[in-house]
Design a protein. Structure first.
Length: 88
């Protein structure tokens, strides 16, 4: 179970880094006058980052099957974010 929780922690951290990158790109785009990610894209990424961090905190404080379900929530949210915002 520790491996799954560790992997979901890495995914949660990557989602936070991805959200920070999208926010930074939006700010730079506005300052320099070129199109970047819109407010909807930024909102999706920030909301997903907050949700995966909350799910990861829940996962880290639980044991057994509930921790596994929390990890699945992290994987699901991160996967949906990538599918909806990057691959679709």
């Amino acid at each position: 179970m520790r491996i799954v929780r560790g992997l979901s922690g890495i995914i949660a951290g990557g989602t936070v880094v991805l959200a920070a990158t999208v926010v930074g790109t939006a700010i730079i785009g506005v300052r320099r006058g070129f199109p970047g990610p819109g407010w909807l894209d930024v909102t999706w990424h920030v909301a997903a980052a907050v949700a995966v961090v909350a799910a990861q905190i829940y996962t880290d404080r639980r044991q057994g099957f509930t921790a596994f379900l929390g990890s699945l929530v992290v994987f699901g949210i991160a996967g949906y974010l990538l599918w909806a915002q990057w691959w679709n």
